[in-house]
Structure formats: structure tokens, C-alpha cells
Design a protein around this ligand. Structure first.
Ligand SMILES: NC(=O)c1ccc[n+]([C@@H]2O[C@H](COP(=O)([O-])OP(=O)(O)OC[C@H]3O[C@@H](n4cnc5c(N)ncnc54)[C@H](OP(=O)(O)O)[C@@H]3O)[C@@H](O)[C@H]2O)c1
Length: 270
């Protein structure tokens, strides 16, 4: 089976590529620079995406490419990948985000309509609409903060704050459902091999504030959890995003063999 991982140089894409290769797939991947032997690709270039996909002829395409500040990459780029995958007859797994939810205390179901409140979430919502319209058989996976080792930007940020390498604070009232990169990558590959169509939440079972996540990371690395700088969203002058976004992943846990572990277990501090 040939798999194309768009964004293979990234954290999640790298895990998808590694697990797919370990399972015996013939893996092609992309990065924007051609680093690590991956093919160079900019998904904002529609014809370049088409040319690469028709050359690689993958059975499966996983799109894990993004840049949070870029509509062209998150929205237009996702549509270009969906178009090329459909033309090639490939199975498409598109990675979406909990960022498209506006926040509320109750968990969001798999098919909850997007209510984005900041540009990244708007772009991820637009991507879903485009991808589902182009390829109704695609799987659209909504996920949350991706954690694991220091390749995780969430883990790195927490470590940088605790060690004073960067200034800022983690919100005590911003709640998400962090997921391990390897668990998520395995789930994406399982979904690729399934007949599942449409939206599905794939996130961790342990809702955690960003501040608590920072404390767990500190603990994991033998640092003082009390050294994590903390504030509320209201105390910050940043454009923060939604407060409470919990993804209900009951459907995914019922469907998949891959266990979706809670963040304390993932970080080894359960
Ligand atoms: N990180 C999180 O906590 C989080 C939370 C929820 C959802 N997600 C979703 O999960 C997915 C993967 O996130 P991640 O943290 O693993 O990402 P990441 O580590 O930041 O990797 C992003 C990937 O996208 C590639 N990329 C950037 N611009 C591109 C362009 N113009 N054309 C083609 N590729 C481009 C990067 O290539 P280069 O290495 O060459 O720059 C890299 O391979 C994304 O869809 C994101 O929306 C992430």
C-alpha cells in the first residue's frame, strides 16, 4: 500500500509516516523544504499538489500540513489536497481541529457545527467544508492539543515557560482534550483502512486546562510544577481562542482498536 503524508516533516505527519512505514506501507511524504528526503511541496500551489499526487499514485493520502496563521495553507491548501486525492482515486484522511469550536462547558459531538471565534478556527472550518464537498468519502478528523515528547509544540512551550526561556503564562480556564501524537497517528491510519466517511472526533479522554497540562509537563521533566506561570484568559492581552472545548470521542473509542490515552498517562505522570 502506498501512502502519501502531506506534512511528513511535522510532528503528527512524522508519526503517521513512521507508523505507516513500520506497518509495511510504501511511504511518500512532503515538507516545504524537501528536508529529510521528503518531496518538496507547497500546498497553496494547486498544480504542484496535483503533479505530485499523480506522480506518487498513493492509495491513501493523509493531510497533516498546516500553519495556524495561514488561510492559504489551512483552507485553500486543504482543498487542493482533497482535489488531487480525489482525482487520483486515493482514500483521504484530513486532519481538522477543535479550534473551530467557539467554546462551551458541554462536550462537542462529532458532527457539531463549527462556531469559530478566531481566524485559525475559521480556516479549519472552511477546510472541512471544502474537503467534504470535494470528497464526501473522506474522513475528517477533529483533534485537540497534540502532546508527546519535545517534538510537541505544546510540550516545548510549557518547558520554555517553566525554564524561563520564554515569557508568558498558561491559561487556567482554557480546557482541551490533549492527545498523544502516536495514538492520534495510529488512529488516523486505522481510519484510513476503514470505510468511515465524514467527521469524527479523535482526542484524549482527560479534559485538562492548559495550566494543568503545563504542570504535568513540568512533572514529567522533573521540574517544579509550581514554577509554571499561570493566568486567566481575561488577565491576558492575547487573542486567546475559546475557553472550554471538550471533544467527545466516544464514537472513535468504540470504532478503533487504538487506545486514546489520557494526558497524565501519556506523560507518564498518572
Ligand atoms: N499541534 C496541535 O496541538 C494541534 C491541535 C489541533 C489540531 N492540530 C492539527 O494537526 C495537524 C498537524 O499538526 P502538527 O502540530 O503536527 O503540525 P506541525 O508539526 O507544525 O507540522 C506542520 C506541517 O505542515 C507543513 N507545511 C507548512 N506549510 C506548508 C505548505 N505551505 N505546504 C505544505 N506543507 C506545509 C510543514 O512543513 P515544514 O516542516 O517544511 O514547514 C510541516 O510538515 C494540523 O492539521 C493541525 O491543524 C494540531
Amino acid at each position: 500500500m502506498r501512502a502519501l503524508v502531506v506534512g511528513a516533516s511535522g510532528h503528527l505527519g512524522g508519526e503517521v509516516a513512521r507508523l505507516a512505514a513500520a506497518a509495511g506501507a510504501d511511504v511518500a511524504g512532503t515538507s516545504t523544504t524537501g528536508a529529510s528526503g521528503w518531496s518538496r511541496l507547497d500546498i497553496t500551489d494547486r498544480e504542484a499538489v496535483r503533479a505530485l499526487v499523480s506522480r506518487v499514485r498513493p492509495a491513501v493520502v493523509v493531510n497533516a500540513a498546516y500553519r495556524a496563521d495561514s488561510w492559504a495553507i489551512c483552507a485553500d491548501g486543504a482543498a487542493h489536497v482533497a482535489l488531487a486525492a480525489t482525482e487520483a482515486g486515493a482514500r483521504l484522511v484530513h486532519v481538522s481541529s477543535d479550534a473551530l469550536h467557539g467554546g462551551r462547558p458541554e462536550p462537542y459531538g462529532d458532527d457539531a457545527v463549527p462556531t469559530p471565534i478566531y481566524p485559525y478556527g475559521v480556516a479549519k472550518a472552511a477546510a472541512e467544508t471544502a474537503v467534504a464537498a470535494i470528497d464526501p468519502a473522506a474522513v475528517l478528523v477533529r483533534t485537540s492539543l497534540i502532546v508527546g515528547d519535545e517534538r510537541s509544540k505544546q510540550v516545548r512551550f510549557a518547558l520554555d515557560l517553566v525554564t524561563g526561556r520564554t515569557r508568558g503564562a498558561l491559561f487556567s480556564d482554557m480546557v482541551r482534550c490533549p492527545i498523544d501524537a502516536t495514538d492520534l497517528a495510529a488512529a488516523l491510519l486505522e481510519l484510513a483502512a476503514s470505510g468511515y466517511r465524514g467527521l469524527i472526533n479523535v482526542a484524549g479522554p482527560q479534559a485538562t486546562s492548559r495550566a494543568e497540562l503545563g504542570r504535568l509537563v513540568a512533572k514529567r521533566y522533573g521540574l517544579d510544577p509550581a514554577a509554571v506561570p499561570v493566568c486567566t484568559i481575561a488577565e491576558s492581552d492575547l487573542t486567546a481562542g475559546a475557553a472550554e472545548v471538550r471533544l467527545d470521542s466516544t464514537r472513535a473509542t468504540g470504532l478503533l482498536k487504538t487506545p486514546l490515552r489520557g494526558v497524565a498517562e501519556v506523560l507518564g505522570v498518572a
